[in-house]
Ligand binder design. Sequence first.
Ligand SMILES: *[C@@H]1O[C@H](CO)[C@@H](O)[C@H](O)[C@H]1NC(C)=O
Ligand SMILES: *[C@@H]1O[C@H](CO)[C@@H](O)[C@H](O)[C@H]1NC(C)=O
Ligand SMILES: [Zn+2]
Length: 494
Amino acid sequence: MANFTIVSMVLFFLSLGFKDVSARGDEQSLTIRGFADGETGFWSRNLLLSEDNRFRELEELARGYMTNAELEKSVKEYAQKCRNISRIYSIGTSVKGFPLWVIEISDKPGEEEAEPAFKLLANMHGDEPVGRELLLLLANWLCENYLKDHLATYIVRNIHLHILPTMNPDGFSLRRRGNANNVDLNRDFPDQFFTENNDDNLRQPETKAIMKWMMERKFIASASLHGGALVANYPWDGSEDTRKQYYASPDDKTFRYLASLYSQSHRNMSLSKEFQGGITNGASWYPIYGGMQDWNYIHRGCFELTLEVGDNKWPKAEELPALWKDNKMSLLNLVASVAKSGVHGRILSSKTGLPLPASIKIKDINYTVKAGQRFGDYHRLLAPSQSYDVTAFMPGYESKTTRILLENGAMNLDFVLIPEEEPKDHMDLCNGCQCNCDNKGKLEVMEVFNRNHFQITLALIAISGVLCLIFMGRLRLKLQKRRQLVGHKRTIVA
Ligand SMILES: *[C@@H]1O[C@H](CO)[C@@H](O)[C@H](O)[C@H]1NC(C)=O
Ligand SMILES: *[C@@H]1O[C@H](CO)[C@@H](O)[C@H](O)[C@H]1NC(C)=O
Ligand SMILES: [Zn+2]
């Protein structure tokens, strides 16, 4: 417990030290917010005034952008106008009760198919509004060009594209980064290193909605649109020791391929002087913890990029058409890449011919991709122009490996797995439980414990339960404080 406290304090002070984080944040408003909170007197009054001015300035800048009500209206109109290729649904509501609308685009919207799904979301940071406009422009472009333009038709036919234009409508109407509770949603996800972020009770409704959404359906890849820099950012976002350094995920090559696809298709992202090729590893730019991108990849098999679509968070609304033009091919190519690159196929049982929810592994890449339950379809994104050893495996079946040379396009590779010989008396307990749910297996387990063991175990469980409650109570208090602080700091940082 002591170690844990020390570690969290160290992490907290380190997090205060991320000063060099200019681009992903808005330094000016950060500084102001940092001082204005809490202090009173001349300085803070002045600072509050400038915060006020800043708000008025933002109101001015927001002119010509859709309000939340207008956004909702255009989502609903879209569903009417483009009903042959779309449907809309809400994944939950913000703190203030605004629905988080999603547009699904496909030639069979709402139907499950053996096709990859891609999700695009924007406005996770309330003060980064360009993405929400771009995503509606994208949806409209697809609707208008389906059956006219080759790429539009390809995307609608081969991919299920889900678009969430705003993840943080409350932050948008407040013209600030955080949500209505002033929490930075891109620090609110469970974290692989910063495990004290993993208490679900502290999570914001917007974050919970995303996590639930991700549990209910399978997205192969996604992108989250931000503003304040011009770069395509890929995992990892955090490094284990909190140092700013290149911290590669198992799929570093694939991520660099996807990020480059975005930056190279953009009018000038790849010309960046700050980021070579217009792409960056998150931790080498600056490490963050509790981000959405890493969580997607670690827990949901979803390859997510964080796209910073412009240095200016609030360009004038008149510039939006030009920004759409700059990002159009990038967005289309990235979405299409879930079907146009990598290895795809189905995994079936040799015995029944039925789909298997098996898994795919690539030699030398420590990452597993799961096939879909219903169709046994898998979609494994990979960098092109390389050979790979692809293994399909599933408990109870002999695994199979095939060597492929992946060229520039996607490759189709189906697997038929043969059940392992399993002599009846070697069936393990768990299989037994699943096969005949007559509780026999469970009773046997109980009998393994003799009475004494059982009582001691119960006592130990009770004691650890009490200790755990005390510990969690303290931790929660500390975390609440810490989150507030981190929220403010992050507001500054980016
Ligand atoms: C890209 O173009 C925009 C708009 O003209 C400009 O503000 C920005 O500095 C350019 N960035 C790069 C890296 O060339
Ligand atoms: C593979 O990744 C898992 C986490 O997903 C990790 O626990 C394990 O140590 C890794 N194995 C190797 C050989 O790096
Ligand atoms: Zn952002």
